[in-house]
Design a binder for this molecule. Structure first.
Ligand code: COA
Ligand code: ZN
Length: 301
């Protein structure tokens, strides 16, 4: 893989689709994932091995992974909440797994029906298996900036959960603004607390939702603090059924435009990515609502 200044971790096929009510065919999901790889994305979160009652849209995870055309050099992580999910992921040939908890107890209960402490215990067999098999692993800390049930979330709670996930041995943490409430000052507060606790910037990814239009400002702030991995969703889709009020993820195309203007390399071809963005919007039957999706890149006359 060519050296890139910034890693873009694409969550469109998973976070982007998980809250969509109308069924999307496995074939359409696979085509979308293929177009994302065509555009140069090298980390594409493909699906979730969770309870089909919890997330019905991703109930085809087994078939999807079994039929995925794996491009060389592309990582296709999947969400795994427990041993049941681990068995399914392994049978489907996954080799990169994400465990996911949150910085607030109320959201963790709603999302995975566990306390934060129980979630860490549930993840241990998953992360142990990942190490034994040489898989890449990631830990999500959701609601790091605000909880739809509890409100404000303090940075100490984020640091505490982050440290517990790192003790499980995950390769990376993704710090999530699940409902899109953070502004730059919050990003400074939380990221500085994580770095101050001895966590390296290379161990951190930021996961912003653009619910209130602050996602790009938050990315700029995180870049200034040394963060170099961002989660984003092509087409700006996204949300979680257990996070009422959450709107789409930061759109990958909007992120890429910003990175280009900052002179940072990311390895993605914007025009090719817009092909993928239009494809997912057609699958969803909605017009593309992202800024760069509508305007396109800047073609200097
Ligand atoms: N894959 C498939 N089925 C699973 C499963 C998995 N990983 N884990 C549990 N199940 C099934 C159980 O077999 C059981 O099925 P049954 O009712 O037919 O017997 C049912 O799901 C409930 O299982 P249980 O162990 O009692 O778990 P729970 O009801 O406490 O739910 C989770 C816990 C973690 C499985 C569930 O809350 C979940 O999948 N959450 C994911 C939410 C999510 O993905 N959110 C978005 C990402 S942030
Ligand atoms: Zn998200």
């Amino acid at each position: 893989m060519a050296e890139r200044d910034v890693r873009i971790y694409e969550v469109g096929p998973r976070d982007g689709l998980q809250n969509e009510k109308a069924p999307i065919s496995t074939e359409a999901k696979l085509r979308f994932i293929g177009l994302l790889a065509d555009a140069g994305l090298r980390e594409i979160e493909a699906t979730s091995f969770v309870s089909p009652q919890a997330i019905s849209q991703l109930a085809d995870a087994d078939t999807l992974m079994a039929n995925l055309e794996r491009r060389p050099g592309v990582r296709y992580p999947v969400l795994v909440p427990n041993e049941r999910g681990l068995a399914r992921a392994e049978a489907a040939g996954a080799d990169a797994v994400c465990v996911f908890t949150a910085a607030s107890e109320a959201f963790t209960r709603a999302n995975i029906n566990m306390t934060i402490a129980e979630s860490i215990d549930a993840f241990r067999p998953v992360t142990d298996a990942a190490h034994q098999r040489g898989w890449w692993s990631r830990g999500y800390v959701s609601t790091a900036f605000g909880c739809p049930y509890q409100g404000e979330v303090g940075e100490a709670a984020v640091v505490g959960v982050a440290q517990q996930l790192l003790e499980l041995g995950v390769d990376e943490l993704s710090i999530g603004d699940t409902i899109g409430v953070a502004g730059p000052a919050d990003v400074r507060r939380v990221v500085r607390a994580l770095l101050g606790a001895g966590i390296a910037p290379e161990q951190l990814a930021m996961h912003f939702h653009d619910t209130r239009g602050t996602a790009l400002a938050n990315v700029s702030t995180a870049l200034e603090l040394g963060i170099r991995c961002f989660d984003a969703s092509t087409g700006g889709t996204g949300g979680c059924p257990y996070a009422p009020g959450a709107a789409g993820n930061l759109a990958s195309e909007d992120l890429i435009y910003l990175l280009e203007r900052e002179g940072l390399s990311h390895g993605v071809d914007l025009d090719a990515l817009l092909v993928a963005a239009r494809d997912v919007s057609e699958s969803l039957g909605r017009p593309l609502a992202t800024k760069v999706g509508r305007a396109g890149g800047w073609r200097v006359p």
